[in-house]
Design a protein around this ligand. Structure first.
Ligand code: ZN
Length: 144
């Protein structure tokens, strides 16, 4: 297993990007809107993980609520392994409280969340590992 990404709730993705680019050598950067999650996401690809900056795109976005309650900051960490079904089954068997079932997140990858109460106050996402061939394809696209 590895940390797929660390997600940070921000008020404005473009403004936050300027900050993070001061300290990170970003190999690759993608910005995407995820309408059903009501967020705009910037994925900063680092050598061995990513940082995901998330901005709410609607007042009823869960990220909006997070920002109102707590302000900007770390929102969740995401763990990936080869078999997400197995990870979810193991978590459920161990009594972890899941937040909804498997659904599609950014970049069409399947995700689900574990409630922070089950993991010492940290909202934790399981996400599907990207197919290796497709990952290479994307890298190639961006290298052009
Ligand atoms: Zn995430």
């Amino acid at each position: 297993m590895r940390v797929d990404h660390i997600a940070i709730a921000v008020n404005n993705v473009e403004e936050a990007l300027k900050n993070y680019q001061k300290i990170l050598n970003v190999d690759r950067l993608e910005i995407e809107e995820v309408p059903h999650e009501k967020v705009k996401v910037a994925m900063l690809e680092l050598e061995d993980t990513r940082i995901e900056l998330m901005e709410p795109t609607a007042d009823d976005s869960p990220i909006k609520k997070f920002l109102t309650d707590r302000g900007e900051g770390i929102h969740h960490i995401a763990i990936t392994a080869d078999d997400i079904e197995k990870d979810v089954a193991r978590a459920q068997q161990s009594g972890m409280r899941m937040l909804g079932g498997l659904r599609s997140g950014s970049y069409g990858r399947r995700i689900t969340f574990i409630h922070p109460k089950s993991l010492n106050g940290v909202l934790t996402e399981f996400c599907e590992a990207p197919p290796k061939a497709e990952a290479k394809e994307t890298l190639h696209e961006n290298a052009k």
